[in-house]
Design a protein around this ligand. Sequence first.
Ligand SMILES: [Zn+2]
Length: 118
Amino acid sequence: MISWLKNKLLNRKDPRVITKSVPLEALIEKMKEQKDIIVTICSDGVVAAECKDCKCSINVSSKDGLIWYMCGSCKRSSFNPEENLTRDIKLANQFGGKFEYEIFYFKELPPGLVPPNI
Ligand SMILES: [Zn+2]
């Protein structure tokens, strides 16, 4: 059954984006799981990040609709869609002005994506 479904999905000629509604509490729990980077969003829209391995601040910059996180020390990077910022600012307001969550570094960046020059 699963391989039939997998083949059917992989052979589709019209790939579509599938969206699934996730309860906010479940999403927040997932976001707060231990990863590589601690992202802090303030209710005024300021974004800060820290590399957990290097224990230093990470350069945060915006390019092509993405918010990039690049550690100057270990040279690893990650990004989030800028659209998520609206949701994160709402969460920051909900949590008293600040919302923290964690994200992973990319082992390899998706083809065609180049981080901003810093
Ligand atoms: Zn680092």
